[in-house]
Design a protein around this ligand. Structure first.
Ligand code: PEP
Length: 246
């Protein structure tokens, strides 16, 4: 399956630096052997959509509302993302689960709204360090994914899953390829049991992926790409990760 490398810019970037980063990325896009996206702050979706038009780079959001429209101040609907030509939206990133209290049920609804509007949700799951150390990793990620499967039925084959151990995000600590593969295999089995089309679902790894460790992570049989935070802000690093994905 074609791998997907998705950058998560988080709350970084300004118009000038966005343009410089995208110019450095798109200059080499015709050589890419994987799909590539950048998930950017919502105020820059239009800028990024315009700058990547006609290139192999896709534009993604970092969150989407669980509501269709109406009195939800500050929220951005899936319809608005579709209207802008956005292709992907991260949902359930651990920073949103942690800082904004997003529950499994809310994340499942967000994935549902995205799918209803033709936006591919990149559904994040992952355990804390305490959960890993107490042997709960598989139960936690299975519970998080089960909520999304339950709410989305046969549409589940249209999602992307990202396994992001929380202790590895932004910490410089990466799961070893074997640790990541073990969890990816669990998620793959769960998806296979939920849908006959599950083989097409890409399961990304995220958590301090960088130019040095990307190749060995991406070589694992159930790792179908990466969700990349810090390293997606530096063109050379992001391009090295893209080059490792084939
Ligand atoms: C992320 O935020 O999704 C992420 C994986 O961040 P980092 O690569 O910086 O650990």
């Amino acid at each position: 399956m074609k791998k997907l490398i998705a950058g998560n810019w988080k709350m970084n970037g300004l118009r000038d630096s966005n343009a410089a980063l995208l110019a450095a990325l798109t200059g080499s896009s015709r050589h890419w052997q994987c799909d590539v996206a950048v998930c950017v702050p919502s105020v820059y979706l239009q800028q990024v959509r315009d700058l990547v038009a006609g290139t192999d780079l896709s534009c993604g959001a970092q969150d989407v509302s669980a509501h269709e429209s109406g009195a939800y101040t500050g929220e951005i609907s899936a319809d608005m993302l579709r209207d802008l030509g956005v292709r992907y939206s991260i949902v359930g990133h651990s920073e949103r689960r942690h800082y904004h209290g997003e529950t499994d049920a809310l994340v499942a609804l967000k994935a549902q709204r995205a799918l209803a509007c033709g936006i591919t949700p990149i559904v994040c799951v992952g355990e804390t360090l305490a959960e890993r150390e107490s042997g709960q990793t598989e139960d936690v990620v299975r519970r998080q994914l089960a909520a999304v499967i339950h709410a989305n039925g046969h549409c589940i084959s249209e999602i992307v899953v990202a396994y992001e151990p929380i202790w590895a995000i932004g910490s410089g600590k990466t799961a070893t390829p074997e640790m990541a593969q073990q969890v990816h295999a669990v998620l793959r089995m769960q998806l296979n049991a939920a849908s006959q089309m599950a083989q097409r679902i890409r399961i990304l790894y995220g958590g301090s992926m960088n130019a040095t460790n990307a190749r060995s992570l991406l070589a694992q049989p159930d790792i179908d790409g990466g969700l990349v935070g810090g390293a997606s802000l530096k063109a050379d690093d992001f391009l090295s990760i893209i080059a490792a994905a084939y």
